[in-house]
Write a protein that binds this ligand. Structure first.
Ligand SMILES: [Zn+2]
Length: 283
């Protein structure tokens, strides 16, 4: 029997599960809120908020400045401040080495950026924390930058916004890091005396020494939806008081209901909300 037809090309092969996984790896992210697979590009364009369930993912420090300030035209202040590792601290890795790695990877000298720029045309000072830098912890540099931002705001009568995202005080700087709580709080009190408005934005997570100092000292304390905000973590509290904590404890909505926050604002509305607040404070 002659062969009338011959298959010349190879059959269409479906890529194996493994191949498919490798090809799309890193392009998708699973939403912690609704479980949906989200295209990373879409998420980026939406300021890291899930378009389906509005779960707020963490936003990097520089992106946050882009979100809040006009036209990406901001100038960084105190960029050169860097920790001197005062205790020569070593945990699983020498602290100095950890700092060097972070600086190289993130291109920042420490866990916060201070910027001067405009918000809907108004001069503002804005500090923005970076969680990726040693869990956004506050050591001497973060404390000093926040203090200087407050002093500048007071001198120039420029309103101040601080966006927090932090695991608390930086353990590797020991008591030097704890001292920042007092220093920053004193600066906040002086800023208050000068009657310059200060808006604090608490994002997921804002905990420990940052919550216990400047993050809750704003004239207006705004939480992002779903943000974990607290001093000690829920497990530590449960073990201490030997009680089960209520549902949603330490989440922004719960804290708003119980008077710890003044508002919970969607990231999409954050800039106009803060801008309106300054209009109100300064009128
Ligand atoms: Zn979602």
């Amino acid at each position: 029997m002659p062969t009338w037809f011959k298959r010349e090309r190879k059959a269409i092969e479906t890529p194996s599960e493994e191949e498919r996984r490798i090809r799309t790896e890193g392009l998708w992210v699973k939403c912690d809120g609704c479980g949906l697979a989200l295209w990373k590009k879409d998420l980026e364009q939406n300021w890291q908020v899930c378009p389906k369930c509005h779960h707020h993912f963490r936003l990097g420090a520089a992106k946050r400045l882009e979100l809040l300030l006009d036209d990406d035209k901001w100038a960084e202040l105190d960029a050169g401040l860097a920790s001197s590792d005062p205790l020569n601290f070593v945990d699983t890795q020498p602290y100095g080495e950890r700092l060097r790695e972070m600086r190289q990877r993130l291109g920042m000298s420490d866990a916060i950026l201070t910027a001067e720029g405009k918000m809907n045309g108004r001069e503002v000072l804005c500090c923005s924390m970076e969680f990726a830098f040693i869990a956004g912890s506050m050591g001497a540099v973060v404390g000093e930058k926040v203090t200087r931002a407050m002093e500048r705001a007071a001198d120039r009568k420029t309103p101040l916004v601080i966006v927090s995202c932090s695991g608390g005080a930086r353990m590797q700087e020991g008591v030097v890091s704890l001292m920042q709580l007092a220093k920053v709080s004193a600066a906040a009190a002086r800023l208050d005396e000068c009657r310059v408005p200060f808006v604090s934005v608490l994002t997921d997570p804002t905990t420990g020494g940052v919550t216990a100092s400047y993050a809750l000292l704003g004239d207006l304390n705004i939480g992002e939806p779903g943000a974990l905000i607290g001093f000690a973590g829920p497990r530590v509290i449960e073990q201490t008081i030997r009680q089960k904590l209520p549902r949603g404890f330490q989440r922004a909505e719960f804290l708003l209901e119980h008077g710890f926050l003044d508002a919970v604002v969607h990231r999409r509305e954050l800039k106009s909300y803060i801008s309106n607040a300054f209009d109100f404070f300064l009128s």
